[in-house]
Design a protein around this ligand. Sequence first.
Ligand SMILES: Nc1ncnc2c1ncn2[C@@H]1O[C@H](COP(=O)(O)OP(=O)(O)OP(=O)(O)O)[C@@H](O)[C@H]1O
Ligand SMILES: [Mg+2]
Length: 257
Amino acid sequence: MAQPYTVRISSQKGGVGKTTISVNLAVALKRIGHKVLIVDADYVNPVVGFHLGLEEINRGFRSVMLGKAKLTNSVSIHSPTGLHVLGGEMTQKMFEPNQAQIRRFDNMLKGTAYDFIIIDTPPGFSTQNFFGYSNEAAIIITPDLQATASAMRLSQIFDRLHLKHNIVLNRVRSRRWELNVGEIEETYGSKVSAIFPEDDTVPMSIAAHIPAFLFNRRAPFSKGMERFSRGYSLRTEVRPNPPGSGIIGWLRRVIGY
Ligand SMILES: Nc1ncnc2c1ncn2[C@@H]1O[C@H](COP(=O)(O)OP(=O)(O)OP(=O)(O)O)[C@@H](O)[C@H]1O
Ligand SMILES: [Mg+2]
């Protein structure tokens, strides 16, 4: 059995669109027909469940990390798509996983039968040392100097960890004062792998607890996500099995496979 292909969605700067891109990438890969788990590893501000309209998460990332619950018992299913979700518990207690917990968690993930595991992470320089094993990372930036400069520092961390990574540019409005793609590529020293426009569909869909990719498939953000997810789909040799319609499709969505 092939190991799941794990993609970590990262940024040094907060609020650039990591959770939005994680959730929509997971949903889009699921719609292609892959077996997908999304992990809300943002133990500071876990909102993946909120984006997907799931009820409050009482057992999730934190419980599994602390060894208080099994992964299989802590996964929720997003019923419109069948996406598997390891949500994050909203808690007052401070929690930051240690390396031993992360190693144990990694081994747990490696033993699962998912094609893809998408990991939404908290922002920040130090936290990006966590979440041990991933096949690759996407560093999300917005077209400004702060996000671009901090992405370069993050990229250096990932280089040290020998972790393959790409730059993904989000919230592009093509205004005069924004950094353009050429400037970002020159600063960063490599190509931007995907560009997502600023799109009102995104905040509208978050307010409706429906990922933008499902909320409006024709929206510019969703079209970008379609291309982005197809690129990831090609990274695995596992052939997708599209959910289809009728009773079989419904059943597959309900059980999540
Ligand atoms: N392409 C987009 N178009 C319009 N709004 C967007 C887009 N991407 C993200 N946003 C908005 O930006 C805000 C922050 O997005 P999101 O929560 O995904 O960022 P984040 O990087 O996960 O933040 P944090 O670092 O706090 O975890 C959200 O309110 C969302 O509506
Ligand atoms: Mg987030």
